[in-house]
Design a protein. Structure first.
Length: 125
């Protein structure tokens, strides 16, 4: 039996989180343990829950995902951060990867790439 994987969803747009929940529900071993709508809440919930995977947006109010990722990486070293963003800029992508990301996906490619990216991050644990 596959081990249960805990996932935290972080995005300021609730309909997007709903869509992610729908996609992830196709994998019963992937358990959404919480949601956050900004960077500060993401740090709080990640620190408390210590999820295996954090799906993190970059452009959010109060604290962007890259800044949040730097803190989350320190507090949750076993968590894998996958950025899901609209930011196609290579400098932003590089900054996200330097912040400790296990992956960087454009939201437009989520349907094709998300499940595989999560599976790859889990297998590299």
């Amino acid at each position: 039996m596959a081990r249960l994987v805990d996932i935290l969803l972080v995005d300021d747009f609730a309909p997007w989180r709903d869509q992610l929940r729908s996609v992830l529900s196709t994998r019963p071993q992937w358990n959404i343990v919480g949601e956050a709508c900004d960077g500060r809440e993401a740090i709080e919930k990640a620190s408390e829950m210590q999820p295996d995977i954090i799906l993190l947006d970059i452009g959010m109010r109060s604290m962007n995902g890259i800044e949040a990722a730097k803190i989350i990486y320190q507090r949750c070293p076993k968590s894998k951060i996958l950025f899901l963003t609209q930011e196609a800029d290579s400098d932003v992508r590089d900054a996200a990867m330097r912040a400790g990301a296990a992956g960087y996906l454009l939201k437009t490619n989520t349907g094709n790439e998300l499940l595989g990216a999560i599976a790859a991050a889990i297998s590299n644990s």
